[in-house]
Write a protein of this length. Structure first.
Length: 281
């Protein structure tokens, strides 16, 4: 089975994206499970998702999304749409985005033929179509039924079936990206505050963003229940370090200092701390 070197392996951090493709997800006929599982698989290796996008079975829209994504060095997983039925567009969209033809990959052809032998099914042109990838693509092995996915650079295109996609995603990471694995993907310190409006803490959050540009500063307000007293209005305020910064002593120290500044600022504004949390994953 072919493997490939990972472009951009010298970067200290890894930007990871996820495409989830299929009208069945958008229509509600199938419930998406890839987003949550991808986060779990990445977190087990000290990695985190940077972005995710849902796409329907619209060829032109998929081409535009793939063209933009393929122009980056992000590690991208795409789940769905690589079959051979008329509503599957991912293989064709990637080829069009790259300006390359679809060609039958020799290893994909071999694996599909083996699968047909195992299941005593004829090796038809329709089945072989599942092995037609953009010219120059590499195969991603499928331990479930041999029908492979494919990769182009740092983009990996997997089936929509979780039983296939998830082990394939793990194989990609464990084969090509171990240099990026960390003990911790994210450190987060937050507080739940009552007695403040979000607008009143915005200047404080803006100051923290300027003072700690490597951190993520956030506010998550809760909508008050109609008729409830003012005291039941809550804000979750926090600071977060991700990637290499989260997995370093320096990052831990910077996070602690930023949180201390946030905490003292909230108290100075008259906010009441209800709960404080510290998490890492």
């Amino acid at each position: 089975m072919e493997t490939q070197k990972t472009p951009g392996a010298s970067h200290s951090d890894l930007t990871v994206g996820l495409f989830i493709i299929g009208d069945e997800i958008l229509s509600g006929k199938r419930e998406d499970r890839h987003f949550a599982k991808a986060r779990e698989i990445l977190a087990a290796r000290g990695l985190a998702l940077s972005w995710a996008q849902y796409l329907g079975d619209d060829r032109a829209r998929c081409v535009r999304a793939m063209r933009d994504s393929l122009a980056t060095q992000d590690l991208v997983f795409s789940c769905g749409g690589i079959g051979a039925t008329p509503d599957d567009h991912t293989r064709q969209a990637v080829a069009e985005a790259l300006g390359l033809p679809l060609v039958l990959h020799p290893e994909a052809e071999r694996q599909i033929a083996l699968r047909c032998q195992e299941t005593q099914q004829p090796l038809t042109p329709e089945r072989l179509r599942m092995g037609e990838f953009p010219q120059g693509a590499q195969v991603v092995p499928n331990p479930y039924n041999r029908i492979p996915g494919f990769s182009v650079g740092t983009h990996f295109f997997l089936p929509g079936f979780p039983v296939m996609a998830w082990p394939m995603m793990e194989w990609v990471l464990d084969t090509h990206y171990t240099a990026f694995f960390r003990k911790v993907a994210e450190r987060d310190q937050s507080m739940t505050v009552k007695g403040l409006f979000e607008a009143s803490v915005t200047p404080l959050l803006e100051a923290l963003t300027r003072n700690y540009p490597a951190l993520k500063i956030y506010s998550l307000p809760s909508a008050p229940v109609p008729g409830a007293p003012q005291a039941q209005r809550f804000l979750e305020l926090g600071v977060k370090a991700v990637g290499a910064l989260a997995d370093s002593e320096e990052g831990e120290a910077v996070l602690a200092k930023a949180y201390a500044d946030l905490r003292s600022g909230v108290i100075d504004l008259g906010g009441a701390l209800v709960q404080e949390n510290q998490t890492s994953r």
